[in-house]
Design a protein around this ligand. Structure first.
Ligand code: A2R
Length: 325
């Protein structure tokens, strides 16, 4: 048996080779392994083996925060499809994929409710100091020192949403239930909503109590929320980020919190996640969440069904379920 025969003998040639570029949820991983020949992060763990299998890799599956650059795509001459387990794909080089005619799919819509739920949950948490209050109670301070400090009322407050797409709109609908006054900023005003549109995040921030960030990541929105926006939000304003860490200038946020430029922040995403700056962890007026917006069993199952379904559709010669436009 020559080297190629031995390679082929090890694998089921009827199962397309798929490179997995993230530590995926086991349910999705199991589905992939049943249908495909899966190479789990081989490009990071074993470069020799990766060089061996790269010529026959036909699909990539990764998470929303994975990086798939032009360099990786160039190493995969047989690549036909990239399936993203997430709605955001800002670290995938779409131009490089498109130049080769390789479709990219994502998992929109199915996670909208959960991200919106968490966005509003974070807003209420930071305003009403729910995590801090629980720590206060558990530390016995209620009994020893009396009631916890007063919080900020949510119902009826002014909410500014940066990015009024699928998720931004779902957040707005929830906030309507709290009688909040809603305004937003996007590059193009929506004709189908009556919320007030502002031309920039700075203009919006100056008019609201809570600024909710829910745009895509990537170079177009990098540090969209910086010192100027935070100054406009002001000493009574709160920032909530459920978009991508890159949309907020972390150093500017830390500076603003240190100097009392804003009232507080609630963050589900970070620039260098899973690493969270120690400065952020130290603030009493900051609520932190480990990028958990879509992390429910129900939503992750729906996302897995789409991420897997797109690959299966492609290799079965069917139309893709959710191609990135
Ligand atoms: O700017 P527009 O008119 O394209 O509106 C989109 C808005 N957006 C921006 N707003 C302000 N400045 C920008 N530079 C900017 N770029 C985009 O973000 C639109 O209203 C919204 C994105 O909405 P969708 O595409 O429907 O995305 P979805 O499902 O709401 O998810 C948003 C992001 C994902 O990309 C992940 O990064 C994260 O939520 O999970």
């Amino acid at each position: 048996m020559d080297v190629w025969q031995s390679l082929y003998a090890e694998r089921d040639v009827s199962k397309p080779d798929v490179l997995v570029v993230a530590k995926l949820w086991p349910v999705l991983m199991n589905a992939l392994q049943a249908e495909f020949t899966v190479h789990d992060r081989l490009h990071e763990s074993d470069l020799d083996k990766f060089a061996e299998v790269a010529p026959r890799i036909r699909g990539i599956c990764g998470g929303g925060e994975s990086t798939v650059g032009a360099d990786l795509i160039a190493k995969l001459p047989a690549l036909e499809i990239i399936s993203v387990f997430g709605v955001g794909y800002d670290r995938y080089d779409l131009s490089a994929a498109r130049a080769r005619g390789i479709p990219v799919t994502n998992t929109p819509d199915v996670l909208t409710d959960c991200v919106a739920d968490l966005g509003l949950g974070l807003l209420i948490n930071v305003a009403r100091r729910m995590p801090q209050n629980e720590v206060y109670l558990r530390a016995g301070k209620w009994a020893s020192s009396g009631p916890a400090p007063l919080a900020r009322k949510v119902s009826g407050a002014r909410l500014g949403i940066v990015g009024l797409g699928r998720i931004g709109l779902a957040i707005a609908k929830r906030a309507e239930g709290f009688g909040m006054q809603i305004a937003y900023t996007t590059r193009t005003a929506r004709a189908d909503v009556s919320y007030k549109h502002y031309p920039s995040a700075v203009a919006l921030a100056a008019e609201v109590d809570f600024l909710m960030v829910i745009t895509p990541g990537g170079s177009a929105t990098k540090h969209l929320i910086g010192a100027e926006v935070l100054a406009a939000l002001g000493t009574k304003g709160y920032l909530i980020n459920v978009a991508r860490g890159s949309v907020v200038d972390t150093q500017a946020l830390i500076d603003a919190l240190q100097r009392g430029v804003i009232a507080g922040a609630a963050l589900d995403v970070f620039e260098n996640e899973p690493h969270v700056p120690a400065e952020l962890m130290a603030f009493d007026n900051v609520v932190l969440s480990p990028h958990a917006a879509s992390a429910t069993v129900q939503t992750r199952q729906a996302m897995a069904d789409l991420a897997f379904g797109n690959l299966k559709a492609h290799f079965g010669g069917q139309a893709l379920l959710t191609p990135v436009p």
